[in-house]
Ligand binder design. Sequence first.
Ligand code: UD1
Length: 424
Amino acid sequence: MEYYEINGGRRLVGEVVVHGAKNSVLPLLCATALADGVSVLHNCPSLSDVEASIAILRHLGCRVTREGTTVTVDASCLSRSDVPDVLMREMRSSIIFLGAILARTGEADVSMPGGCELGPRPIDLHLSALRKLGAGIEQRGGRLRCTGGTALCGAEITLTLPSVGATENIMLCACAAEGVTVICNAAREPEIVDLARFLRAMGAHIQGEGSGTVRIEGGRGKLHGCEHRVIGDRIVCATYLSAVACAGGEASLTGVEPEQLAAVTGVLRDAGAEILATAPDALTIRRDRPLDGGVVVRTSPYPGFPTDAQPVVMAALCNARRSSLFVETMFENRYRHVDELRRMGADIRVEDRVAVVGGTETGLRGAAVEAHDLRGGGALCVAALGAAGTTILTGLAHIRRGYASLPEDLRALGADITLHTEQN
Ligand code: UD1
């Protein structure tokens, strides 16, 4: 069994460089499949989801190498259009390969992603959009068989929800569709902007990323490889900000654009932390007096408060004097960390999508807790750092999907966190 032992209650002081964004690098790796050549991605974090994407690229026939945080993909030899079930199941975002494989080879054969720990994860918007571009899609026996990729035509596609994954799938597929594709109500997340920049560097014609309307002029020749640096991970940064807000201290976080964290830093500031943008890619946080709390957090698409940061910020607010209110609008099952936080003495009441986090007089206490999903795992770590005594945290496989160096980074801030591996 593997677990982190965390002895909490220490102030966190120091500097951390935040690693590359998981949610950016995954669609970028899919995009490398579009090139008839070599792409080089810098700042690729070492995460199990990244390894799963690399395994899919290798299965498709690409040559992939990694040196430190640089991943090189030679997709000139891509020769297959199927992804086996076992590789698709490794991570839910493998569905983004659908648009990329279809665009590159004219067909795709992948399995339907199931639900995940956050609840049902439908892909209706992905499929209806690709059909609108001219793809034929047949669902049988849990597989999705797509054809017609050699005769795709640009179209106007209006998303009923600004889905990040659907926007990415359409952008990838539209690169091969003859004519103009316009995505209305497109997702505006920084990861969409990163993908558009990468595709442009590959020779694609894309405009409007970061606004609600993205325009792609596709089919104008083959895309080529390019070199690109992945943006910093704003959710990892939100986790470290929450850790300092929970435990107290003063830290500098670099490698992320403060603007991309505005919704999170706004909430932590209102709750009583001092946060300053100190450079275009750096911010500092300071928390000396106990957190005040008393905030309302409602998750929504970017530039609203990110659902992925809800668990970690909630953990910090469990250590505040006054109550706070959370409304989770994005996913059904995103309060799985709550029962575990309660074991640490948190006072949280949940009704449907609303959670009321009570203030605490006595503060959090260490306990034995288990991560049930990725950001829930981040939240338990945050709470443990601000808790008196020892926390034993299990469920590390979830955490490794999105945090490449959690114990190392937290130790750099003075945290007492140790990985234990016990043979059963
Ligand atoms: C991405 C992120 C994930 C983040 C989420 C919301 C990646 C790899 N993952 O996930 O970390 O939590 O954005 O910011 O980037 N929906 C439909 N039909 C669809 C697609 C989505 O109803 O076809 C719904 C979902 O159930 C959800 C909402 O739309 O309620 C947003 O989901 P979406 O933006 O698609 O999330 P992902 O791209 O899966």
